[in-house]
Design a protein around this ligand. Structure first.
Ligand SMILES: Nc1ncnc2c1ncn2[C@@H]1O[C@H](COP(=O)(O)OP(=O)(O)O)[C@@H](O)[C@H]1O
Ligand SMILES: [Mg+2]
Length: 518
């Protein structure tokens, strides 16, 4: 890989005119294949000192792979990495750290029972010595310089996700990193934490650091980046200024113009209540109370959004409403019929359609698309002599067409992309015209095209008079689709806001449990 003489390459790299001299890291012609799949296809990318350079792309575009190569976690098939103009071979994270590269991913590498200071002392390259005093001074210094506020004496496991992320950033800085890679850092944060992270990043680049900011969210990329490079299906589409407008960025990302989903006018407050939940209580995974006195109603033609940081009762709520979890107390009525404690089949028969968070668990991966589409209603497709294969196939052909599923009836579900798997699930649930739809994280992991499709279908159901409970960790999604929002915190509803009055800041306060008095 390092074919050039390092010394020579180094001198030409540095002697360069303005711009090139500022390049901290350069990736050239990087190719990475996984079997037939080309995750990175001759990708060129560089990041300069003093800039935030966003790496934008849809899910699966190859962003993480490219950065794993830079950090020595994955070996490229082709291509070259240059640091400060010199070709280098990065065989392991140790090589990368020594070369001044740091990474913060969504999966933190911290030791949870230890304090912040202990974690930082451990992370330092100098070895294992717990130089706590020095670390404390360092935390204080970083807090002052970059606004990264963390208590060095705090136990990591007791910190919020946002605080743990700050510790990861400090850890990279403590190792003298000069290039900081953040892989989808905002995915785990509430809006206020995103703002704090951005302030920190601005101060880091003002101090000369080079930052690679990975995201698939256009708004935040525009808010923080000096330059944006767009990856699509493994290939670099181009690099543009951070001020490039969202439509153009979206077009680069998906390869065609995109259109937002249009929400029709609300159907009005006087429509009948289709789902009424009152005093609902349920235990969670470890028998601990997960829902406390949850009460709300959803009218015909209304989408009620459920906001909250994950793990605050959303999963349990969805499970109870679809009969998968037994409530400890409370009432659930669907169009007037009491259903608390009913089985999933009874819930379905009463008109509840469930599109769960774990879409894979709801489908049988080894069965065909056609079989999966009738899985919940085999009785309807059974004659005296057994399953009516011809009708199952016709049914599938009709739904494939109607829901724009890119597959054949006989294809096994395991061969489908995430977007098509979600469409199969939507087709199965929505084709039964449920009165009440309970849906969780409907677009997580999907590309823009599939996301728009799924959101459009939910809005179409709403327009057709269904009551929809939408659980999502994506605030933009909630704000785009919901008529009204409730916020769950530690299993309780801590706020209810009409979507028109909801803004990310207000939601963020409620989601962090600080808005209860308001
Ligand atoms: N270890 C691996 N083995 C096989 N395929 C992989 C592996 N890592 C990533 N991929 C595939 O490479 C493509 C790019 O993935 P990734 O770099 O994670 O994308 P992004 O971070 O942009 O979402 C995806 O299709 C992914 O499934
Ligand atoms: Mg990724």
């Amino acid at each position: 890989m390092s074919r050039a003489n390092p010394g020579v390459a180094g001198s030409t790299g540095r002697a360069g005119s303005t711009g090139r001299a500022d390049i901290a890291v350069e990736l050239q012609g990087i190719t990475k294949r996984f079997g037939d799949l080309v995750a990175n296809d001759h990708v060129d990318f560089d990041v300069r000192r003093g800039e935030v350079h966003a790496l934008l792309g849809e899910n699966g575009a190859g962003k993480t792979t490219l950065m794993r190569i830079l950090y020595g976690l994955t070996a490229p098939d082709e291509g070259e990495i240059r640091i400060d103009g010199r070709p280098v071979t990065v065989r392991s994270p140790k090589d990368a750290i020594a070369a001044g590269i740091g990474i913060v991913t969504q999966h933190f590498s911290l030791v949870r029972p230890m304090t912040v200071a202990e974690n930082l002392a451990l992370g330092r390259t100098g070895g294992f010595r717990l130089d706590l005093e020095r670390t404390r001074r360092q935390v204080a210094g970083a807090s002052e310089r970059f606004g990264i506020r963390v208590d060095p004496a705090a136990i990591v496991g007791e910190l919020s996700i946002g605080e743990q992320q700050r510790v990861e950033i400090l850890k990279a800085l403590a190792r003298d990193c000069r290039v900081l890679i953040l892989d989808e850092p905002t995915a785990v944060l509430v809006p206020q934490e995103v703002e704090a992270l951005f302030m920190t990043l601005r101060r880091l680049v003002a101090d000369g650091l080079a930052v690679v900011f990975i995201s698939h969210k256009l708004g935040e990329v525009r808010a923080i980046s000096d330059r944006v490079s767009v990856l699509r299906r493994g290939a670099m589409v181009g690099t543009v200024p951070g001020s490039t407008d969202e439509r153009e960025l979206a077009r680069m990302m998906v390869g065609r113009p995109t259109f937002g989903v249009a929400r029709s006018e609300p159907t009005g407050g006087e429509a009948e209540v289709l789902l009424r939940v009152s005093g609902l209580r349920a235990a969670g995974r470890h028998g601990l109370p997960a829902l406390h006195d949850v009460t709300f109603e959803i009218r015909r033609g209304e989408i009620l959004g459920v906001a909250g940081v994950s793990g605050n009762g959303q999963t349990e709520l969805v499970e109870v409403l679809s009969g998968m979890r037994h409530p400890a107390a409370g009432s659930i009525t669907v169009d007037g019929t009491e259903l608390a404690g009913a089985t999933p089949t009874a819930m379905m028969a009463a008109g509840v359609g469930r599109i769960p968070e774990d879409r894979h668990a709801s489908l049988v991966a080894d069965l065909s698309v056609a079989d999966n589409l009738v899985l919940e209603r085999l009785d309807d497709f059974t004659t005296r002599t057994g399953l009516d294969e011809r009708r199952i196939r016709e049914h599938a052909t009709m739904l494939i067409e109607r829901f724009d599923i890119r597959a054949r009836p006989e294809d096994r579900v395991t061969t489908l992309s995430g977007g098509n798997i979600q469409k199969v699930l939507l087709a199965r649930v929505l084709s039964r015209q449920p009165k009440v739809i309970v849906v969780a994280q409907p677009t997580r992991g999907l590309d823009i095209g599939a996301t728009e499709y799924v959101r459009g279908e939910l809005l179409a159901r709403r327009a057709a008079g269904a009551a929809v409970l939408l659980v999502s960790e994506d605030l933009d999604e909630l704000l785009a689709l919901a008529d009204r929002l409730i916020v769950l915190y530690e299993g309780r509803i801590v706020g209810e806001i009409p979507a028109a009055d909801a803004d990310p800041e207000r939601l963020g306060i409620l989601m962090s449990g600080r808005g209860r008095a308001a």
